[in-house]
Write a protein that binds this ligand. Sequence first.
Ligand code: ZN
Ligand code: ZN
Length: 402
Amino acid sequence: MLVPETGELRDGHELVVEGDTIREISARPIKLATANVIDCGGRTLMPGLIDSHVHVVLSEVSLRNLESVPLTLMTARAADLMRGMLDRGFTSVRDTGGADWGLKEATDKWLLPGPRLFIAGRAIGPTGGHSDSRRRTDLGMRCQCCNALSFSMGIADGVSEVRRAVREEMRQGCDQVKIMMSGGVASPYDPLDSLQFSADEVAAAVQEAHAFGRYVCAHAYTPQAITRAANAGVRTIEHGNLIDDASARLMADKGMFLVANLVTYFEMKKHAAEYGMNSDMLAKNNLVIEGALKSLEICKRHGIPVAYGTDLLGQLQMAQSEEFTLRAQVLSPAEIIRSATTIGAEVVRMADKLGCLKPGAFADLLVVDGNPLNDLTLLQGQGRHLSVIMKGGRFHKNRLQS
Ligand code: ZN
Ligand code: ZN
C-alpha cells in the first residue's frame, strides 16, 4: 500500500472496510468471521485522489455558451463530467464555483455517481470583475438562476453587499466561500492585473465566513492580489501563477495554501481556439502559462503546501490527470501524490478522514495496476490502470471481484 505522508510503499498489508470507513490496517493477516475478501494481487492500494479546483457545472470552454444552457441540461452535463472524474480515481473534488448542495446531495446519495463534492455555490466578485458574466451591452442586473452561467457567478459591491452575498452562499450550504481578487483568463473584459475586491470587501467576506465556520478561497494571479487576500485572512489562493518571493513569504507566514492548476492553461493553449476563446483570452493565457511552473518552485522554496487543482472547463476535463506529469518537471512523484491526497484533504479540512489510509478515515480507495511512485502515468488514461475505485466503502469499479 502507498503511504502518501512518507511517499513509500509498504508490502503485505491488509485493510478492513466496514460501512463507509476504514476500520483496521495491519501488517499481519486479519481474521474476520464474515467478510468479502479481495486480493489485490501485488497491485498498489492507495487513497482516492482529491482535485482541489474543479467546476462541474462549467461544461463549456467558452463560458458565454453557458448562457443558453438551462439548469436541467447543466445538471445532466455535470452528471457526465462527475462520473468521468470518479472514473479517473478522483473520489473528492472541491468545486470553486457553480456546484450547489443539490449536486452534493445527489453524489453523496449515489443518485449520480461522482466524487464527494466540497462546494462554493456561486463565485462572488465585483461589478466588472471575473464573476461578471454580462456583455458590455447589458445594462442592469441579470436574473441569477435561469442558466448555467448566472447560476455559477454572483456579483456584490461594497461591504454590505459582500456580507449579504457571502451569507447567502453559506445559507445555501457552501463549504467554502469563493471570491475574485484579480482578473481572469476566461472572462473577456477584465485585465489580468486588475485588483477586484477592495481590502474592506475581502475583509468582510473573511469575517462572515469565519463567523459561520467556513473559510475564503480567492482567485488571484498577481502578487498584489495575493497580498491583499493574505492580509485580509483568505485561507487558499487559487491559481497564483504570478506569485513572487514577497507574496510567497507572506503566504507562508500566514499558513496559507496554494491551489495550483497548470493543466488548464496548457490545454487552453492547445485547444481553445476550436472552442471559441477569443484572442484577448488567449493573450491572458500566455501571460499565466509562463508563471505556472515557476510558481511551484517558489512555493517549494517557501514551504507553502500546494494542492492538486485542474480548473478545466467543459470538454477539456478529460485532461484532469495530465496535471500529474506536468508537475513532474519540478516536483517528485511523492510530492505530486501528496498534493492530490494529504494536502487536498487539509485544504478541505478533512485531514485524517480523506487522502490517507488510516483507521477512521473514509474508505475512499484505489487499487492501481503498478506503482505510481515509479510511474505517474498509471494515474492517467481515464482510469484504465485502476482496478478498483471505492468511495465511502462502495465500489464504483471493481475488476478484482472473483
Ligand atoms: Zn479562477
Ligand atoms: Zn476556477
